[in-house]
Design a protein around this ligand. Structure first.
Ligand SMILES: CC(C)(COP(=O)(O)OP(=O)(O)OC[C@H]1O[C@@H](n2cnc3c(N)ncnc32)[C@H](O)[C@@H]1OP(=O)(O)O)[C@@H](O)C(=O)NCCC(=O)NCCS
Length: 166
């Protein structure tokens, strides 16, 4: 089957991808914070799922999901999400988020949180999480439920330890 030149395959990250993921994150964000975050999450064993979009010249995008908790119960956090500058507005970011949610649905039930644009993330089912309490509480703190329907997530949101450095 032929593929368009801009095809991007979504797959789980592998150890050999670490340098390319770091380079992508360093280029996508103004500071190394997100690149360092992913490295620390991996080292701590808190990175539950990392997906890369591969295609064209190297990595087109990356999304990471890490362990968190809400009111002492298991939750997940989406961060970071980045698409390479030359590959934006092609749907790569949306595909990474949707593929991640699909994969998480197979083994997890509970809240998934993200800090981001409510309109952009609203397309995946995220909504402002006014009941979540953390140092990033704001209209940009969003949540959706993965798996069985549940009451809106509420209570203290605790991110994985690596987020302490942000
Ligand atoms: C945000 C980001 C991941 C989007 O990736 P992408 O592959 O370009 O997004 P998609 O192509 O899937 O989505 C395109 C849609 O989002 C919109 N969009 C893209 N970037 C946007 C932005 N920064 N703010 C608001 N809307 C945006 C597009 O207009 C388009 O809308 P449409 O589908 O209604 O036409 C990418 O711009 C990026 O890596 N930015 C730098 C890092 C960053 O800010 N990450 C997000 C942290 S929460």
């Amino acid at each position: 089957m032929s593929r368009a030149p801009d095809f991007a395959e979504i797959r789980r990250e592998r150890p050999a991808d670490a340098d390319a993921i770091r380079a992508l994150l360093l280029a996508a964000f103004p500071t190394p914070a997100e690149a360092d975050l992913v490295a620390a999450l991996r080292a701590d064993g808190d990175l539950v799922l990392g997906l890369v979009a591969e295609g064209g010249d190297g990595l087109a995008g990356y999304v990471g999901f890490s362990r968190a908790s809400v009111a002492g119960r298991p939750a997940l956090a989406l961060a970071p999400l980045a698409v390479a500058d030359g590959r934006r507005i092609e749907g790569v970011g949306s595909r990474l988020v949707r593929a991640g949610i699909r994969e998480l649905e197979t083994g997890f039930s509970g809240p998934l949180v993200v800090l981001g644009d409510p309109i952009w993330y609203g397309r995946f089912g995220f909504a402002p999480a006014a009941g979540l309490v953390c140092r990033w509480s704001s209209p940009h703190l969003l949540a959706m439920t993965i798996g069985a329907p549940a009451a809106a997530a509420a209570g203290d949101l605790v991110y994985a330890r690596a987020f302490d450095a942000l």
